[in-house]
Design a protein around this ligand. Structure first.
Ligand SMILES: [Mg+2]
Ligand SMILES: [Zn+2]
Length: 224
């Protein structure tokens, strides 16, 4: 059975939310008021980033030093290796920024070789303009009905074609939009609460060792 596995990045592959950490460290404190508006449902995920990221002032060296300190789940590499070996498609879908996702993955997966070096990442774009950052939303520039920064549901529909079952792994509200249509949902923190409230079946996990075990069990039960 071939799976399409859709994995969130912040607080799922990493231990913390990188965008929030960057804002905490390098943005004008007004970013917190904008965050409140987002939590209150007054702003979409895309609008909140469009308002917050221009408040960041940082040079690439200082940003890279922070990025180098971000911890990756120690079992993620093994999990990614196993997906490649089993011919399952692993995709990273994120409302975070490609600039640091690629750097963090390169470091987190430095002990591994082969296809794990090229896990497809679908995220927001970030470039430097002096000490300011310029952001973009490649998935999808024209936006979507949900107001996503990266439209995970649209990517899910496109990428799941050809797989027998779909798996969603995540922790946040942006993952809930695809959890409704997935065959298996692995959820922690906020996503777990959202799923329970919305009546969506899910399995919880602490780290990628748990994720690997749950997926193995799913595959074995399907082979019987
Ligand atoms: Mg997350
Ligand atoms: Zn969307």
């Amino acid at each position: 059975m071939r799976l399409a596995i859709f994995c969130d990045f912040d607080d799922t592959i990493t231990r913390i939310n990188v965008t929030d950490t960057v804002l905490e460290r390098f943005a004008d404190s007004h970013w917190l008021a904008i965050q409140e508006d987002w939590l209150a449902g007054k702003l979409s995920a895309r609008e909140v980033l469009e308002k917050q990221m221009p408040l960041v002032r940082v040079n690439p060296q200082d940003l890279d030093a922070l990025i180098d300190s971000i911890e990756v789940d120690p079992f993620f590499g093994e999990f990614a290796m196993r997906c490649a070996k089993e011919n399952d498609s692993l995709y990273i879908l994120s409302d975070g920024f490609d600039y640091w996702i690629h750097k963090i993955l390169r470091r987190g997966l430095s002990a591994y070789n082969g296809p794990v070096k090229n896990i497809p990442v679908f995220a927001c774009g970030l470039n430097f303009d002096g000490n300011n950052v310029a952001i973009s939303f490649p998935y999808f520039p024209e936006g979507c009905v949900h107001g996503c920064a990266t439209c995970k549901p649209a990517l899910f529909e496109q990428l799941k074609v050809g797989a027998e079952k779909s798996v969603v792994i995540g922790d946040g509200v942006s993952d809930l939009l695809l959890a409704r249509n997935a065959d298996l949902v692995l959820a922690k923190n906020g996503l777990r609460e959202f799923c329970e409230r919305a009546g969506i079946a899910c399995r919880t996990f602490r780290d990628f060792r748990d994720v690997a075990q749950i997926i193995k069990t799913l595959k074995e039960s399907n082979d019987e």
